[in-house]
Design a protein around this ligand. Structure first.
Ligand code: CA
Ligand code: CA
Length: 321
């Protein structure tokens, strides 16, 4: 038994060394132990030439759809996430993004094809549709000489991520702010959950937070009903460092129509949160996107991604409109 394990270990190490040697010419090497940055290829550190122009239009949420129709879309090709384990995804091959700002708020719109509306994660086998938008936290230069990992940043190079979730959109309209088990299993019966809406029926227990819900008692945003937004505001400094912010500043709205998603995320150009990217008209930054298709089992690192940064430029405010 021990010999077998030893043999497998040696085999695994040999395979690892061969893989490292085979991919050495593709990896942007900066030495040992530099995290995600060392995993990015030279090509991934060359931003796309075509920028997303965030058009200045004097519109707000109630007129934003018309404003988006006046903004030129940027089409991005997506691919499966193939670097960090567990990898996967790739079922969403392209996405269209538009940007508009009104001098105080910025709006991003995303459209992509998805034949299945996956907005429920109440059972083990269900996964959500979602879209993520990522910016370097600070104003940076990105090139092979000044790399910035498009794969969730790196140590000393944080990113701000906005993550819209289809199930949060659904929960916004649900009783108690989240769905009941009976919504997924209408014919279920247990000895204890005899009421059709047990969360509502057991309201007193539900509000005895320390007794029944450690996540809620700890203030974990993911455990809270009535989150007040469909977008999670996050930071990361590389793989496996994704962290929910204390200050949630991003809002969203999403609609599944004509076999695809139409999602808008929006926020004030400037916030008081030092962990947020700040947008200044006339100044350029970069962005990357990721899309999850729950029908294909996408979750976490299993997603479709754009691997090269795209420039994003905000038009200056025009006072003659
Ligand atoms: Ca789907
Ligand atoms: Ca924030």
């Amino acid at each position: 038994m021990l010999n077998k394990l030893l043999f497998k270990s040696v085999l695994f190490m040999c395979a690892g060394v061969m893989l490292l040697l085979a991919s050495n010419d593709k990896v942007f090497s900066q030495g040992v132990g530099l995290g995600a940055e060392a995993e990015a290829t030279v090509e991934e550190n060359i931003p796309r030439e075509k920028a997303l122009v965030v058009k200045y239009i004097n519109a707000d949420l109630d007129t934003i759809d018309k404003a988006f129709s006046q903004a030129a879309p940027l089409k991005l090709e997506l691919q499966m996430q193939d670097r960090a384990f567990p990898n996967g995804g790739g079922s969403v091959s392209a996405l269209e993004v538009r940007g508009v700002h009104n001098g105080s708020r910025i709006f991003f719109n995303f459209k992509w094809s998805d034949k299945t509306k996956n907005d429920r994660v109440i059972a083990d086998h269900l996964f959500r549709d979602a879209v993520g938008l990522m910016f370097p936290l600070d104003i940076v230069t990105i090139s092979p000489e000044t790399p910035f990992s498009p794969r969730m940043g790196d140590r000393g190079k944080p990113v701000n991520i906005w993550h819209w979730k289809a199930d949060w959109e659904r929960e916004m309209d649900s009783e108690c702010g989240f769905e009941h088990m009976e919504d997924q299993y209408p014919d279920m019966f247990t000895d204890f959950d005899f009421h059709t809406h047990p969360l509502h029926f057991h309201d007193q227990e539900l509000h005895s937070i320390p007794l029944i819900s450690g996540g809620r008692a700890a203030g974990n945003m993911l455990s809270q009903p009535n989150k007040g937004t469909t977008v999670e505001d996050l930071n990361a400094i590389g793989f496996s460092t994704l962290t929910t912010q204390d200050h949630q500043d991003v809002q969203g709205k999403g609609k599944w129509e004509n076999s695809g998603w139409n999602v808008t995320m929006y926020r004030d150009l400037i916030t008081a949160d030092t962990n947020d990217v700040q947008f200044i008209p006339g100044v350029e930054t970069f962005f990357n996107v990721a899309v999850w298709n729950g029908e294909e089992g996408d979750r976490n690192g299993q997603k479709s991604i754009s691997t090269r940064w795209s420039p994003v430029k905000l038009e200056t405010v025009k006072y003659d409109q």
